[in-house]
Design a protein around this ligand. Structure first.
Ligand code: FES
Length: 278
């Protein structure tokens, strides 16, 4: 019998029939790692998003808090929180924005496959039976809402553009008045470790986002042949190339976005020192 074959066995002590797998390899290891990885990120991300402070250090802005619509930092687009905001409600600039990348990742084709296995055991693994009889798929409620992924792609592309702008800003440091020449404070180009952290984060996020399955459909879909559309053909090939390693970029970018927040937070709290390289 092949090791990946499903078998039905009797459970003598309970008189029940159960479907199990004949797999003898450690098939559950990736699922366990996925569970640990996602859980750690969710716990840290939620904690960091609710803090509402220590998300800025010099020119660095945590990607969890960008764009900062209302807030107390110089990065806030519309200044401090307006008067009309109900005082009894907790506020953190991250809460206004994190739902976009959050729902984008939640509905990502790769992530679905990963968390269906790791969190819902649906199925627990390839050729491992699931603990339920019915498979309703993504064509009916509630999973049909996963189709919003394509819309969140556009919103996430907008957020990515803002993060790229933030990474550019992270190379411009404030010089206090009178320190080097001009009597007024000004900014000068520089490279800090934080600048590189935020830049790397943007590169990894771009590699993840530009390999999106929905983007692949957008660039190559609805056409019988791409031969007469050289620009679309090139875009389709680039997106497809990135899509082949979508899982890798999904994980790398997840860690990089979490680490970027941690880096800014630790520097802002005075626990880590940001080294200026230039
Ligand atoms: Fe993963 Fe779209 S399929 S980001």
């Amino acid at each position: 019998m092949a090791t990946s074959e499903l078998v039905q066995v009797d459970l003598p002590d309970k008189g029940l029939k159960a479907r199990v797998t004949a797999r003898r390899d450690w098939w559950w290891i990736p699922q366990a790692l996925t569970f640990l990885g996602f859980s750690s990120f969710l716990i840290y991300g939620n904690w960091a998003a609710w803090q509402g402070n220590h998300y800025v250090y010099g020119p660095y802005l945590s990607p969890f808090y960008s764009p900062e619509l209302w807030g107390n930092s110089p990065h806030a687009w519309f200044g401090p929180l307006p008067q009309w905001y109900p005082q009894f409600l907790p506020y953190s600039p991250a809460l206004l924005i994190l739902w976009i990348p959050g729902l984008f990742r939640l509905t990502c084709y790769y992530y679905r496959g990963a968390y269906y296995k790791a969190f819902w055991a649906d199925p627990p693994g390839c050729t491992v039976a699931e603990p339920r009889k019915k498979f309703r798929g993504e064509n009916s409620f509630p999973l049909i809402w996963q189709n919003i992924h394509r819309y969140f792609l556009f919103l996430s592309l907008g957020v990515l553009a803002i993060l790229i702008y933030d990474a550019f800003q992270a190379f411009w440091f404030e010089v206090p008045a009178g320190l080097s020449g001009p009597a007024e404070s000004h900014t000068e180009f520089g490279i800090g470790v934080g600048s590189l952290v935020l830049l790397t984060n943007c590169v990894l996020l771009s590699l993840y986002l530009l390999g999106c399955h929905s983007l692949r459909h957008l660039t190559g879909g609805r056409l019988d042949s791409l031969q007469r559309k050289p620009i679309r053909k090139t875009c389709y090939e680039c997106v497809s190339g990135l899509n082949k390693r979508h899982m890798r970029w999904a994980w790398f970018s997840l860690f990089s976005v979490g680490f970027s927040d941690l880096y800014v937070r630790m520097c802002s709290m005075g626990i880590w020192t940001d080294m200026r390289l230039f």
